[in-house]
Design a protein. Structure first.
Ligand SMILES: Cc1cc2nc3c(=O)[nH]c(=O)nc-3n(C[C@H](O)[C@H](O)[C@H](O)COP(=O)(O)OP(=O)(O)OC[C@H]3O[C@@H](n4cnc5c(N)ncnc54)[C@H](O)[C@@H]3O)c2cc1C
Length: 390
């Protein structure tokens, strides 16, 4: 039997940040991953993730998002690696757009610098956008995107430097609950721990099957890269084009196209990265394949071209990525019922990466301390409890 006070299972976007946060506190910690992060077989690849503070998903994310910006800057100065690009984020939507309404209300409530823009002014400033007639915009100039591969590598670098031990290419098979403490089992080895943190992304339910009520369903999401037509390259560069999300009723109630401009030092394929934030295809995460579905590529090009007439040539590259959807699309961060020394952080439902540095700190607090940090209470497991009959 081997002993490590704290074990982090899964070192992707969130687990790498947790590992760094714990190691920074001088606590002995072991991180284990079945692959060798950063890799492109989970949820934290594809070269960019939007980060914004005027958050529409739930007001309690806003202070966390604001703190996340500082976390990324700290990580950059600790490692000399560029993670954060503040090219601004433009959201557009019609009169009934909840995305726009809730983002505006978050901006007002929390004093986030954000500018409401009527469609005509929007067209003057960014002539490449042709959003629907009844759309308006909200532009957050301090927002932008973070680079997931760099973020994961930087967090692992900090963790290593601070003395964390890291095992890669090792799959955890089970977490046994002993009388005194949990035991992590992998490759015939058994590690006793005082605290275990499960940040296994789309594989979390395999290790914690009891979390059925939180769902944690793996879904496949396609992302594509488009170049501009010749001569319009500058219009898709981050110096001219912000990151964007177009909340168009035509895409259905819970889906929207988003894009991240091309930029200097881009990781992965060139061009604008385009995705659709909305329901994905459920799958076994071991079956993730990157081969694009030609029908999906054609649909992306056809539909996105309506917002950018004549700007893009058809996608030249595509990848798949995993969302882990919780029942209500909010994160799941809590102690696991019946396993007081095991913390779960999963179900990031397609919007978790931006928070990695701040969640790393809060999850470390939770694993090393007693109470659930107050600002994470809206993400706890009790929200899935069955209502009690009177
Ligand atoms: C297409 C796409 C676009 C997105 N856009 C945004 C965005 O714009 N902004 C944003 O903030 N977020 C975005 N997200 C969401 C964000 O990327 C995820 O929420 C975040 O990356 C989740 O990180 P994770 O650590 O939970 O999972 P992962 O990064 O997948 O990490 C899980 C790790 O656990 C390891 N693992 C699993 N099982 C085991 C085991 N048994 N033993 C050992 N290791 C194990 C895996 O190998 C993996 O490395 C997007 C996601 C996708 C897919």
């Amino acid at each position: 039997m081997e002993r490590d006070p704290v074990i982090v299972i899964g070192l992707g976007g969130i687990g790498s940040a947790v590992l760094a946060a714990i190691a920074r506190r001088g606590v002995r910690v072991l991180g284990i991953d079945r692959l060798s992060p950063p890799h492109d077989m989970g949820s934290s690849h594809g070269g960019s993730r939007i980060i914004r503070a005027a958050y529409f998903e739930h007001p309690d994310y806003v202070p966390l998002a604001q703190e996340a910006f500082q976390g990324w800057e700290r990580l950059e100065s600790d490692t000399g690696r560029r993670c954060l690009h503040r090219c601004g984020v433009l959201l557009t939507g019609g009169p009934d757009s909840e995305v726009l309404r809730e983002s505006m209300s978050a901006a007002v409530k929390y004093g986030i610098v954000a500018e409401e823009i009527e469609r005509d002014a929007l067209r003057k400033r960014w002539p490449m956008f042709e959003v629907p007639e009844d759309h308006r915009g909200l532009f957050e100039p301090g927002a932008g995107f973070v680079v997931p591969e760099t973020g994961v590598a930087a967090h692992l670098e900090v963790a290593r430097r601070q003395g964390a031990e890291i095992l890669t290419g090792v799959e955890v098979e089970a977490i046994e609950q002993g009388d005194r403490c949990p035991t992590v089992i992998c490759n015939g080895r058994r590690f006793e721990a005082t605290s275990v943190i499960v940040t296994a992304g789309a594989w979390t339910r395999r290790l914690l099957p009891e979390l059925a009520a939180a769902t944690l369903e793996p879904q496949r999401k396609a992302i594509v890269w488009c170049r501009s037509v010749q001569g319009r390259e500058e219009e898709i560069d981050s110096s001219r084009m912000p990151a964007w999300l177009i909340d168009d009723e035509a895409c259905g109630a819970d889906g929207a196209y988003y894009g991240i401009p091309s930029h200097a030092g881009q990781i992965g394929p060139a061009g604008v990265k385009i995705g659709f934030h909305g329901p994905g295809v459920p799958l076994d995460p071991d079956d993730l394949r990157h081969e694009p579905d030609p029908e999906v590529l054609a649909r992306f090009h056809r539909e996105v071209s309506e917002y950018f007439p004549g700007l893009f040539v058809p996608p030249h590259a595509a990848k798949s990525c995993l969302y882990t959807m919780s029942t209500d699309q909010h994160f799941v961060i809590d102690r696991v019922p019946g396993r007081p020394q095991v913390v779960v952080a999963a179900g990031f439902s397609g919007h978790g990466f931006k928070f990695a540095p701040v969640l790393g700190e809060r999850i470390a607090d939770l694993a090393l301390g007693q109470e659930v940090p107050a600002d994470l209470s809206f993400l706890g497991l009790s929200r899935f409890d069955e209502p009690q009959l009177p």
